[in-house]
Design a protein around this ligand. Structure first.
Ligand SMILES: C[S@@+](CC[C@H](N)C(=O)[O-])C[C@H]1O[C@@H](n2cnc3c(N)ncnc32)[C@H](O)[C@@H]1O
Length: 260
């Protein structure tokens, strides 16, 4: 617990310094990855029912809000960055409610009450949050019994920032995935332009066991997972091998868990 609290005091993970860059890339409707892969996968795992209360933690510009609204469920987004929150209200204020807050302190955030949500979602946000347990505890606290948590993240087994990548084996005409490190948790500085000192936030690599065991520690048991490959089709001389590798090695991992 002490380590957890110490790290809370030192790690700043809001994307406020990256907000203008991120908004330029995402816009109102999200990146092509959001539209083709991430949002459809979250909606499949979440399966929101009419009238349900859905909490989106680390909501960014609220790209998930229209899909929840269309499903006739009630959307609330929590986001740490004031600039992204303003954009969320501008783009999707008609589809839901947005609150500024820190995912590590959801239990004390005005406007949120214990056991008042049917589901919580982390759409490409949990790997930008730390400590993991504080964030998962907050999500579990928000849920009614049987409520679900849906996490969509880059696949922690195959996409380790700076410690994984594609390789080419000429003899076998084979594109392979190289994993240099996996089990050790890593903190990775995020920069808009490599080499620039400004605009830094942190991202976190953790092995899969940290997510599954962290969820279980908070009374959230995984009941479904989905491994998602890229939508991209390669062209060029190595296209066959690249497409095979792209269809074998997932880009994203979706996890759904339920509160006991
Ligand atoms: C990669 S962005 C994803 C945003 C959005 N879910 C999407 O898919 O576009 C990660 C978001 O998590 C937010 N975030 C990071 N740490 C947070 C915290 N402790 N509390 C609330 N939001 C946080 C960042 O500000 C950023 O907007």
């Amino acid at each position: 617990m002490t380590a957890r609290r110490n790290s809370e005091q030192t790690v700043r993970t809001s994307w406020e310094p990256l907000a203008n860059w991120y908004d330029g890339w995402m816009g109102k409707d999200g990146s092509i990855h959001h539209r083709k892969l991430a949002v459809p996968a979250v909606m499949e795992l979440l399966d929101p029912q009419p009238g349900e209360q859905i909490l989106d933690i680390g909501a960014g510009q609220g790209v998930l809000a229209p899909a929840i609204h269309t499903a006739h469920a009630q959307y609330t987004g929590v986001e740490a960055s004031p600039t992204l929150l303003r954009q969320a209200q501008k783009y999707h204020g008609n589809s839901g409610t947005f609150l500024q807050g820190d995912a590590r302190h959801l239990t004390t955030l005005p406007g949120l009450q214990r056991a008042s949500f049917d589901a919580a979602v982390f759409l490409l946000s949990i790997q930008d949050m730390d400590p993991l347990l504080s964030v998962l505890e907050g999500a579990a606290w928000m849920l009614r019994g049987g409520g679900r948590v849906v996490i969509l993240m880059t696949h922690p087994c195959f996409r380790v920032p700076r410690q994984s990548g594609w390789g080419w084996q000429e003899e076998r005409k084979l594109q392979y995935r190289r994993i240099d490190r996996y089990l050790t948790p890593l903190s990775i500085p995020l920069k808009v332009f490599p080499g620039r000192k400004q605009g830094i936030s942190m991202s976190f690599h953790r092995p899969l066991q940290h997510y599954i065991n962290g969820l279980a520690e908070c009374g959230l048991l995984v009941d479904h997972m989905k491994e998602i490959t890229t939508y991209k089709t390669a062209t060029g001389p190595r296209a066959k091998a690249e497409n095979l590798a792209n269809q074998e090695i997932p880009l994203f991992l979706g996890l759904r868990s339920r509160k006991l």
